[in-house]
Design a protein around this ligand. Structure first.
Ligand SMILES: Nc1ncnc2c1ncn2[C@@H]1O[C@H](COP(=O)(O)OP(=O)(O)OP(=O)(O)O)[C@@H](O)[C@H]1O
Length: 264
C-alpha cells in the first residue's frame, strides 16, 4: 500500500477531472501534511496531499482504513489546520484566517452532512434547515430554500420534529440544512452509513441530482463502492497521499481499485 501511494501520479492529477478546470476549483489542497503525535509515536495522517475539486462536481474520496480520509475532510473543511501546505476554499487561503474567521467561513461557506444526522430534536424540520442561517445571522434566500426543500421532498414535513421522520427523511433534512446557506461546498462523511440500502441509494441519487441541477459542489468520504459510484469522480487516498482516481465510476471498477490499494 505504501509503495503504491508513493508512486508518481499523472500530471494534473486531482485537478477536478474535467477539461480546462484550473480556474474553477472551489477547494484546492496543495502539499498538505498533517502529523499526529511526535517522535517515534508520530502518525503521518497526510503526507503531501495535493487535490482540487471543481465547482459543480460530486467527488467521492475513498481509501483503505487509516489512509487519511477523515483528516483530509477536516483540513479541507477548515475543521482542523494542516501542519504544512495550503487549503484554498472559494479563493480564501484558510491558513490566513483566525479561529473566529474560520468559524465564520464554515458557517457561511461550507455545508456538512454526517452519518449521524445531528438534527436538533426540539426544533421542527423547517427550523433545523434554517438553523445555519440563523447562526450566521443571515436572511434566508426564500427562492433558494423553497427549491432545496422541494428537491429533498420535505415540503409536507416542515412542521414535524426529527423524531417523527424516518432515517432517510432525517438525512434529507440534514442535506437541506447543509445547502440552506448556499455554501461553496458540502462535505459529507459517510452520509448513508446509517441507512438501509434502498434508502441510501435514494439519498445518494438526491445528492447527485442536487449537484447536477444546482451546480453545488459535494465532496463525500465513503467506504462504500456503491455510494461512491453516484459521484462524477472517485479519488483514492492511500497512506496519506493521493493514489489515483476514476471518472465515471462504477461499483465494480471502484471495488477493483480498492482491492489493488490493499485492505478495506
Ligand atoms: N487525533 C488523532 N490522534 C492520533 N492519530 C490520529 C488522530 N486522528 C487520526 N489519526 C491517525 O491518522 C491516520 C489517518 O486517520 P484518518 O481517520 O484520517 O483515516 P481514515 O482514512 O479516515 O480511516 P478510516 O477509514 O478507518 O476512518 C490513522 O493512522 C489514524 O490512526
Amino acid at each position: 500500500m505504501a509503495s503504491r501511494a508513493n508512486e508518481a501520479t499523472p500530471p494534473g492529477h486531482g485537478t477536478g477531472g474535467g477539461p480546462a478546470d484550473g480556474n474553477h476549483q472551489v477547494v484546492r489542497l496543495d502539499g498538505v501534511r498533517k502529523t499526529y503525535g511526535r517522535g517515534a509515536g508520530a502518525v503521518h495522517a497526510l503526507r503531501d496531499l495535493s487535490l482540487g475539486f471543481l465547482r459543480g462536481s460530486f467527488t467521492a474520496v475513498m481509501g483503505p482504513s487509516g489512509a487519511g480520509k477523515s483528516t483530509f475532510l477536516h483540513c479541507a473543511a477548515g475543521l482542523d489546520r494542516p501542519d504544512a501546505g495550503t487549503v484554498v476554499l472559494g479563493g480564501t487561503d484558510l491558513s490566513d484566517l483566525t479561529e473566529v474567521e474560520l468559524t465564520m467561513l464554515r458557517r457561511e461557506r461550507v455545508g456538512f452532512v454526517f452519518q449521524a444526522y445531528n438534527l436538533m430534536a426540539a426544533l421542527t424540520v423547517a427550523d433545523n434547515i434554517t438553523l445555519p442561517l440563523m447562526l450566521a445571522d443571515r436572511q434566508p434566500d426564500r427562492a433558494w430554500l423553497d427549491r432545496v426543500v422541494s428537491q429533498v421532498g420535505l415540503g409536507d414535513r416542515l412542521a414535524h420534529r426529527p423524531s417523527e421522520l424516518s432515517g432517510g427523511q432525517q438525512q434529507r433534512v440534514a442535506i437541506a440544512r447543509a445547502l440552506a446557506a448556499r455554501p461553496e461546498v458540502v462535505f459529507a462523511d459517510e452520509p448513508t452509513g446509517a441507512l438501509d440500502g434502498r434508502t441510501a441509494r435514494q439519498v445518494l441519487q438526491l445528492l447527485r441530482d442536487i449537484v447536477d441541477s444546482t451546480g453545488q459542489t459535494v465532496v463525500m468520504v465513503t467506504h462504500d463502492p456503491v455510494a461512491a459510484s453516484y459521484a462524477h469522480r472517485v479519488v483514492f487516498l492511500a497512506d496519506g497521499r493521493y493514489a489515483e482516481e476514476l471518472t465515471g465510476p462504477t461499483p465494480d471498477r471502484i471495488a477493483e481499485r480498492m482491492t489493488r490499494l490493499g485492505e478495506w
